[in-house]
Design a protein around this ligand. Structure first.
Ligand SMILES: C[S@@+](CC[C@H](N)C(=O)[O-])C[C@H]1O[C@@H](n2cnc3c(N)ncnc32)[C@H](O)[C@@H]1O
Length: 226
């Protein structure tokens, strides 16, 4: 999976992709993440990439030309086979299922909005899809892009162990069961004895019950009522 991410604030991306699992995935050649500064495709002295909205109103709008020209310059002929995403508070909801789709893409382009957002013609011209990471408004799309890239990259085969992915929250309709590790007794709280029993079938049954309880309590919206 190669991701080309376009932003006005490339410096925000230093850190999250330089450590841990994503770095190992990149070092192994399984994922490639390139961050591009939209201002590289501005041609005035001030590198202007935004302007006042037509029709009036507060805030500034990111201009179409630097974004379109940047994406075309970097992607070239590959643009035809790339999936283009724009971060947007008014977009479709980004979910684990969408992360799985992204992980299967060969080329992904993510354009980060800022200020009031991006000139709507960018979505049309690039045949892009707009996605929101939740029902709240961020100051910019950079954190949203990092969330999407992280969620997708860990699902690329080989980045992490397959069994870690198959049983986790949002891989089915249940959230995950609780985990415990050493010590057995901590401040009077003991690890549930079943987990120390070595009885794999009973452990699996207990975990399924716990996952169901948690889902009912925390995320009843995920359960399909029988
Ligand atoms: C301050 S927001 C603009 C909000 C916009 N005026 C609206 O009401 O929908 C600036 C940028 O942050 C990003 N953003 C904000 N909330 C987001 C969310 N929940 N998911 C993804 N991107 C978001 C978008 O790229 C957006 O263009």
């Amino acid at each position: 999976m190669r991701v080309d991410c376009f932003t006005l604030f490339p410096e925000m991306f230093t850190g999250p992709f330089d450590s841990s699992i994503l770095k190992r995935g990149a070092d192994a050649g399984l994922i490639e993440i390139a961050i591009h500064d939209i201002r590289s495709w501005t041609y005035d002295r001030h590198h202007t990439a935004d302007d006042a909205p037509y029709g009036g109103g507060a805030g500034m709008v990111m201009m179409a030309p630097p974004i379109i020209e940047g994406v075309e310059a970097i992607l070239g002929d590959d643009l035809a086979k790339a999936r283009v995403i724009i971060t947007s508070a008014s977009g479709k909801r980004f979910t684990q299922a969408v992360a799985q789709e992204f992980a299967a893409e060969e080329r992904l382009v993510i354009i980060c909005g800022h200020y009031e957002g991006i000139d709507a013609r960018v979505t049309e011209l690039l045949d892009a899809e707009e996605y929101a990471i939740g029902d709240y408004v961020l100051t910019g799309g950079e954190l949203a892009a990092m969330v999407m890239i992280d969620a997708a990259a860990r699902l690329v085969p080989g980045v992490i162990k397959a069994e870690s992915i198959s049983e986790e929250s949002h891989s089915g309709e249940l959230v995950e069961y609780p985990h415990y590790t050493r010590p057995v007794d901590y401040r009077g709280l003991e690890v549930p004895p079943i987990l120390l029993s070595g009885h794999h079938a009973k452990i699996a049954e207990w975990r399924r019950e716990q996952a169901l309880l948690r889902t009912r309590e925390r995320r009843p919206d995920l359960l399909v009522e029988e």
